[in-house]
Write a protein that binds this ligand. Structure first.
Ligand code: FEO
Length: 400
């Protein structure tokens, strides 16, 4: 029944789109949905690469049945054990009891833990290969891109990389599967948001994986989420390289919490000054309105950030406090940082933001501004000076 897309010689897309889930990992909004990609190589031997979220197992198994056309399924390659990809393994094994499962030592530990499967396993190590007819698969370990058991599979014949989460993005595949068949406009920022939310902490392992893969001739990237990349591989690799090196673009993210608008006025003054002093890319986020996934995306995208908030119960404003924890968790490096805050009777926010900037080992830019109650002319000027200092720092860095 299914007219499955043959994305390369005998390689069929058998993944699914999820437009039902509101929150990925039960945390991150999915305005464009998400796809769980799986690929069936119907060669002399038949090989399935990864499965899909168990919620879609029914349609997934029907697609596999169609792709196989009555043939047995010989192998399942498990590149990643997170349940958005491994969730259907138990049902797949029930449907194809003879399927041999290919993974590494760590894969099998998780396979037993999640699915109780301990038999019919083929363990592979770094660089091992498997000939399946026209295609010849090689396996490379990519630990912590995004979990410790992650590996990637490379088809040496047609130069296809099955990359697990790497080079993935939020967003469903609306009709097309290949990047050349899709409107990509929203995918670029969704790729950054996916990276910042999901993979953000693992910059160093991503860099190691990119180095390892740089020796391969890659013509097609089959990630577990989002488009199959062909024409746009250079852009995709550039984004992942930039993000994993924590190399922000020229621009400033102004992030603030504000209960009654006084701190917000400080943020507005700083942003106006940034613009007046030549900064083109300025993004402002009210932490109580912007979901943290979007704020994190912009923090990964841009080189500089300025954060401000009121003092609340002698602490940071809780929404800002929560954001700082998420930034710290991701070990965001090499940022230019300015900060400001307010209080009604006893100040704590500015002091705590200073401690945060120091802990992150960021470059502190300008003089922090602390205001008591409503915004006064001298504090407005201090905000202006903070914006100016940040703009100058950015221009200095760009001209180096
Ligand atoms: Fe898409 Fe780490 O799973």
């Amino acid at each position: 029944m299914y007219r499955l897309k043959e994305i390369a010689n005998k390689v069929y897309y058998v993944g699914v789109n999820d437009r039902q889930k509101a929150l990925f990992e039960n945390m991150w909004p999915l305005p464009y949905g998400v796809s769980y990609n799986s690929y069936l190589i119907a060669d002399e031997k038949t090989v399935l690469v990864d499965t899909v979220d168990a919620c879609y197992a029914d349609v997934f198994l029907k697609k596999i049945e169609d792709a196989l056309g009555g043939r047995p399924l010989d192998y399942l390659v498990v590149n990643h054990m997170e349940p958005d990809h491994a969730g259907s393994i138990r049902l797949l094994r029930q449907a194809y009891p003879e399927v041999q499962i290919i993974g590494n030592k760590r894969t099998f530990d998780m396979l037993e833990g999640y699915h109780g499967i301990t038999t019919g396993l083929v363990e592979v190590k770094e660089g091992d290969t498997l000939e399946i007819g026209h295609h010849k698969l090689a396996f490379y370990l990519a630990p912590m891109v995004h979990w410790p058991e992650v590996m990637v599979t490379y088809d040496q014949t047609d130069k296809i990389l099955f990359s697990a989460d790497a080079f993935g993005t939020y967003g469903t595949l609306d009709g097309g599967i290949l990047d050349t068949d899709l409107d990509l406009d929203h995918f670029w920022d969704e790729m950054r948001r996916y990276y910042a939310n999901i993979v953000g902490k693992y910059g160093s392992p991503v860099q190691k994986a990119l180095q390892k893969l740089s020796g391969l001739n890659i013509q097609t990237i089959c990630s577990t989420h989002g488009p199959v990349w062909t024409k746009h591989i250079p852009e995709v690799v550039k984004i992942y390289d930039e993000l994993s090196r924590y190399e922000g673009q020229e621009g400033v993210v102004v992030i603030y919490g504000s209960m009654y608008g006084n701190t917000e006025q400080m943020a507005e003054a700083i942003a106006s000054s940034l613009s007046a002093h030549g900064v083109k890319h300025i993004v402002m986020h009210n932490v109580s309105k912007s979901h943290s996934s979007y704020i994190l995306k912009d923090i990964f995208k841009y080189k500089a950030l300025i954060i401000g908030c009121p003092t609340y119960c002698n602490q940071l404003y809780p929404e800002v406090d929560s954001l700082l924890q998420k930034i710290e968790l991701r070990e965001v490096k090499n940022r230019l940082f300015g900060y400001f805050g307010s209080f009604s009777w006893a100040g704590a926010a500015v002091k705590r933001l200073a401690a945060f900037g120091e802990k992150m080992n960021w470059t502190i830019v300008g003089e922090p501004v602390e205001q008591k109650q409503g915004l006064k002319p001298d504090k407005y000027e201090a905000c202006w000076a903070l914006g100016k200092a940040m703009a100058e720092q950015i221009h200095n860095e760009q001209s180096k």
